[in-house]
Design a protein. Structure first.
Length: 307
């Protein structure tokens, strides 16, 4: 019997699990990155001008909260934030969260993407769907393509949504200085996807790289975003996690042309289980850029093959 192939996705990092809820008919869903019982050091950076989010302010390095219990990525635009209630309920039932004396309060930063223009505009992830994604979380290799929050993701919308190309959710992991660094990423961007090594366009509108992207710009405001969750077992502080989340945005920019426009809501989270070695933050920052770029491309490639 042939051996199983190695896990090259985020769940290769011990203690991190991923679960999806997928509605293929409505082209929407949500994805939970579930963290060890005690939570993880976490931070993040929101650089897009049109984000939709919940609990992300706690991730700033000056905030006192040091750990999160899960991160949720969801479709449904602002409506999809309701899915976070289900993840919180699942965690509370298992006694996870910040002990405030009278209860444990789970911390679940959440970011949304706009998928209302594909599938159904009236079906969005609910609290029940978030609960289902949490219940489905496992350490199996992350399912990629049109699954979970990537089900309705599209790219190349700078000439209008009618020119959009299907994308998806992708994942990738690498080892650097003995530490594992991995990402789950979804491209739902205004811009095109390009090969990070050659600059060749992979998906999008032909003839719209560089300044040509500005001509006839017709994207829908607030309807585009790239969402990224990076995990590592390297021992890092919250401030270092925030610095690495900025590197994650470089990974987005490497493959998304243009990225971070006024119509995008690009968001990146970085989590650390702290169970691995101490690695130079400079080396980790390079690895973060690489795994984010590869995860975004993997999501698009897998999305072309799943229906």
């Amino acid at each position: 019997m042939a051996a199983d192939p190695p896990n090259r996705t985020l769940t290769a990092i011990a203690g991190i699990e991923v679960g999806h809820y997928t509605d293929l008919e409505a082209r929407t869903g949500c994805t939970v990155v579930m963290l060890p019982e005690g939570g993880c050091v976490a931070s993040g950076t929101v650089m897009g001008s049109a984000p939709g989010s919940r609990e992300t302010s706690l991730l700033s390095s000056e905030k006192t909260n040091q750990a999160v219990n899960a991160v949720l990525l969801t479709g449904g635009s602002a409506f999809g934030l309701a899915a976070a209630d289900g993840v919180v309920r699942w965690l509370e039932e298992r006694g996870r969260g910040v002990d405030v004396g009278v209860a444990r309060v789970p911390i679940v930063p959440t970011a949304v993407l706009f998928d209302l223009a594909v599938g159904s505009a009236t079906v969005r992830p609910t609290s029940q769907d978030g609960y289902a994604a949490a219940a489905a979380a496992s350490s199996a290799p992350v399912a990629q393509g049109r699954v979970g929050a990537g089900t309705g993701a599209t790219v190349g919308k700078l000439r209008g949504v009618e020119r959009a190309v299907d994308s998806g959710l992708g994942s990738h992991v690498e080892e650097v200085c003995g530490a594992l660094v991995g990402a789950v990423a979804i491209s739902n961007a205004v811009g095109n996807l390009v090969d990070p090594d050659t600059g060749e366009m992979l998906a999008g509108v032909p003839g719209t790289l560089g300044l040509a992207a500005a001509e006839g710009f017709a994207a829908m405001p607030g309807a585009n975003t790239t969402l990224v969750v990076v995990g590592t077992d390297a021992c890092i502080s919250k401030a270092e996690a925030q610095a690495l989340s900025q590197s994650a945005h470089i990974g987005i920019a490497r493959v998304t042309r243009p990225s971070h426009t006024a119509f995008d809501g690009d968001s990146a989270f970085v989590l650390s289980t702290g169970t691995g070695p101490t690695a130079p933050v400079a080396a980790l920052s390079v690895a973060v850029q690489e795994v984010v770029a590869r995860a975004l491309i993997n999501g698009w490639r897998a999305g072309r093959t799943n229906t």
